[in-house]
Write a protein that binds this ligand. Structure first.
Ligand SMILES: [Zn+2]
Length: 356
């Protein structure tokens, strides 16, 4: 079966996703509507708009072209932010997400209009929670800090403010953006503080387009998970360390191709690392910008790595264990998740599938 056909099948499979950026997972029709309403300088025709917003299908890997697709000037009102969040989370149904740790960057939503960052954060949670409830999705949130967007002192004060709004749905912080020009150690004070306060766990984008030394820096700063970490494949000691300490890699096949992190999906490190029992998880990253869905990454992993249904269940159970919820919550999530996998097996016609 071709990837396009199996993608439809995998779209029905329940998924635990730990690495998805709200800003890269927008519902495109809603964003188009908001752009027209706010009279932004974007193409008036939807298909041209789509081309301008998404990574071109025929383009080779290009990290900076990829980053250039993230824009923060869409919104003219808090209602715009509510609407785009609500509609985007509703659209996660298409991938049949079961549990998601959705990350977002309050600064990106607020910066253009200087909206109140706490208010924006509360609004994203309110809209996301409502949409998640309506589609039966369990949802938690991570706050993303974007390298280069603001200086460290600003990040520290924003972190304190967001800590003070006291929302239990926020369970972690994330460092994203240009890891080439902004190495992990520049953010040591932020992550030392996060660890000291103990309210949030940390995940850091590292080793996506930088060497394993950056992943070592991230774990030194108490990162409990690593975003991408493709260069882990170059460092067996690091693989052992991650395995021994159950620090999971959040890996993303399509995204890694488009950014140039890994140029040949067939040899993507997810496969050898999984076979070596390094904790890896399968994620989309920015499905709208990538013009793809998480289900397509599943189809790729099946076709290119020979992953079976059992492998995918394993990857998702690793994701449960690597999630930032409490141990009790993990136990409940795992039981519920296995129930959903049982339903999937029952409802999916077995003989036609190669995945069993
Ligand atoms: Zn990411």
């Amino acid at each position: 079966m071709q990837i396009a056909e199996t993608k439809n099948l995998w779209s029905k499979f329940p998924k635990i996703e730990l690495h998805r950026h709200l800003e890269g997972a927008f519902d495109l029709k809603t964003l188009f509507r908001i752009a027209q309403k706010n009279k932004l300088d974007v193409p008036a025709d939807f298909s041209a708009f789509k081309d301008a917003f998404q990574f071109p299908k025929d383009s080779g890997p290009d990290f900076h072209l990829f980053l250039s697709k993230f824009k923060n000037n869409w919104y003219r009102s808090l209602e715009d932010i509510y609407t785009i969040t609500y509609e985007s989370v509703k659209s996660f149904k298409e991938d049949n997400l079961f549990y998601v740790e959705l990350r977002f960057n309050p600064e990106s939503f607020a910066i253009f209009n200087n909206f109140d960052r706490e208010e924006v954060t509360k609004l994203v949670l309110e809209a996301g929670n409502k949409a998640a409830l309506e589609i039966g999705l369990k949802i938690k949130y991570l706050i993303t800090f974007n390298r280069g967007q603001r200086d460290l002192d600003y990040f520290l004060s924003l972190y304190e403010k967001l800590l003070a709004i006291d929302k239990p749905e926020i369970i972690g912080v994330d460092l994203a953006g240009d890891e080439v020009n902004y190495p992990v150690k520049l953010f040591a004070r932020l992550f030392t503080g996060v660890n000291r306060d103990g309210r949030y766990k940390a995940t850091i984008h590292a080793g996506e387009v930088t060497p394993p030394s950056e992943i070592w820096e991230a774990v030194k700063l108490h990162a409990a998970r690593i975003g991408h970490g493709t260069t882990t494949i170059q460092d067996p000691k690091l693989q052992d360390y991650l395995t021994d300490n159950r620090i999971a890699l959040e890996q993303c096949i399509t995204s890694n191709y488009q950014t140039g992190s890994w140029r040949d999906s067939k040899t993507h490190p997810m496969n050898p690392l999984y076979r070596k029992r390094v904790p890896v998880t399968i994620n989309s990253d920015d499905p709208t910008i990538q013009n793809t869905q998480l289900s397509e990454d599943y189809a790729k992993a099946e076709k290119l790595f020979g992953f079976t249904l059992d492998d995918f269940v394993n990857l998702n159970l690793t994701a449960v264990q690597a999630s930032f919820i409490t141990d009790n919550e993990k136990e409940t999530l795992q039981n519920d998740y296995l129930g959903a996998v049982g339903d999937f097996k029952e409802l999916t016609p077995l003989p036609k599938l190669s995945i069993y």
